[in-house]
Write a protein that binds this ligand. Structure first.
Ligand code: G3P
Ligand code: CA
Length: 302
């Protein structure tokens, strides 16, 4: 797996800060991402959705009530999905205060009153400081947001994160020819950006609109049960650079099969030192974790 990551320019094992350093600060908020960046996580992971008026924001759940005070601010609309709100409405919510109540040990006064983050603000965070973390961006509920891939790409292009110039003089260079897998068209691969989704149509859309950006297909237990591991690999090899399985699917034989096809494996969501070590031994190339500070220690990256 290490060579495959190297070929793609991705650190191995990659430490991907799941919704930021979300064990220490409210998930998907500025403090969580700033902490992850300053700790030295390789990537900031973010779930993207679109407001009613077309703003791309960072938020995990379809509904707002778990991680905001919507029940106080708009009680009559508390069950509605994020897509039904304008950005101006969402900005009135406190997306940090819930964390202090749920995790009193980690509470901080400064977490009260945090605003929902936009993709642009997340890029600002990734670009400031000295650590230059990458962005690992997921299209959430992608079937509900037609065209969101194009919207995301436009922002990233405007911010200079996508540059489709060919990297190699021979664009047909076989990346994985030593492994005997299919010829891959290698464009400029700025490995600082990775797109991820559970939705294969979303991955396909990214592949056709921004082929130079790495793509990882996420695999839940349900998806694996429905299609089977081998079939999933066969289907994703053409459009993806990696597979992102839930941790307990990442058994050595499965990881091996993925590597044989020239794809990397990033497992989610891995929060205990025990799991971190086991998965490393299973050969995974990186983990999504709420605890990047711990992963850096366990993987001896500090
Ligand atoms: O993106 C990897 C992992 O985050 C997928 O699960 O529900 O936390 O977005 P979820
Ligand atoms: Ca995610």
């Amino acid at each position: 797996g290490k060579e495959l990551s190297q070929d793609l320019g991705v650190p191995s094992p990659a430490i991907i800060a799941h919704r930021g350093a979300s064990h220490l600060a409210p998930e998907s908020t500025a403090p969580a991402y700033k902490l992850a960046r300053d700790i030295g996580a390789d990537y900031l992971e973010a779930d993207l959705q679109r407001t009613k008026d077309g703003v791309i924001v960072v938020f995990h759940d379809e509904a707002l009530k778990r991680t905001s005070d919507i029940e106080t601010v708009f009680p009559e609309k508390a069950e509605q999905p994020l897509s039904e709100f304008t950005y101006k409405e969402l900005k009135q919510l406190d997306t940090g205060g819930w964390f202090n109540e749920k995790f009193p040990d980690q509470a901080r006064d400064s977490y009260v009153g945090l605003n929902i983050l936009t993709l642009d603000e997340l890029i600002d965070i990734a670009e400031s400081g000295n650590n230059n973390p990458g962005l690992y961006l997921e299209t959430k509920f992608a079937d509900k947001y037609p065209g969101i891939e194009k919207d995301i790409i436009e922002i990233l292009e405007r911010r200079g994160w996508i540059d489709g110039k060919p990297k190699f003089s021979d664009p047909e260079r076989k990346v994985n020819d030593k492994l005997g897998v299919a010829t891959v068209n290698v464009m400029e691969r700025d490995s600082r950006l990775i797109f991820q989704s559970f939705y294969s149509h979303s991955i396909e859309e990214f592949n056709s609109l921004a082929p130079s950006v790495l793509r990882v297909t996420l695999i839940s237990k349900d998806i694996e049960e429905k299609y089977g591991w081998e079939n999933i690999i066969e289907e994703t090899v053409a459009t993806s650079d990696g597979i992102g399985p839930v941790g307990n699917l990442a058994l050595p034989w499965r990881v091996n099969k993925v590597h044989k096809k020239g794809l990397i494996v990033h497992a989610y969501t891995i929060n205990s030192p025990f799991q971190m070590r086991i998965l490393h031994r299973s050969g995974v190339d990186g983990i999504f974790t709420d605890r990047p500070e711990l992963a850096l220690e366990v993987y001896d990256r500090t």
